[in-house]
Write a protein that binds this ligand. Sequence first.
Ligand code: COA
Length: 140
Amino acid sequence: MNRIREYKEDDLQDLYELYLDCFYDNPVPFWQFKESVEKGRTYVLDYSGLKAFVISFIEDDEPWIWAIGTNQFMRGLGIGNKLLERVEEYYESLNYKRINLFVGQSNPAQKLYFDRGYRIKRVVKDIYKTEDALKMIKDL
Ligand SMILES: CC(C)(COP(=O)(O)OP(=O)(O)OC[C@H]1O[C@@H](n2cnc3c(N)ncnc32)[C@H](O)[C@@H]1OP(=O)(O)O)[C@@H](O)C(=O)NCCC(=O)NCCS
């Protein structure tokens, strides 16, 4: 999927709409979304408009995947996998040794992460309203 490119400022509104579609159950407000995008590295799939994204940034000196989403009509095609690959390569090129994320305990995205080498480190309470989160880490 070679229509993955780096996010640019003009994408912000479209990106937030796509984010709301993907995270409709518990989205953050626009200002918080904007802050997360602006402090890090975001890649998008641009295929007649934005269809998928991964948002990442550095916190406490380590890379974090903050959010990943694919348009609901394009899921299961390997796009999420490609986006993760892209963002992992980026941080690896900067010499970071691992990458972190949180995922809801019942979110099937866990399989995608597991298949890409992420492993559960611990259960974290109070991040999500309705369920516990898993902290997953991949060594780069
Ligand atoms: C998670 C997400 C980004 C995956 O995107 P994608 O482009 O479909 O990813 P891929 O095609 O590369 O991989 C899909 C794999 O993820 C798993 N998966 C992820 N979400 C799934 C879901 N909602 N239902 C079923 N399987 C899912 C499947 O097991 C699939 O593996 P398989 O093809 O071997 O069966 C997409 O489902 C999404 O946008 N979900 C809503 C937002 C979300 O929950 N993001 C993660 C928050 S931590």
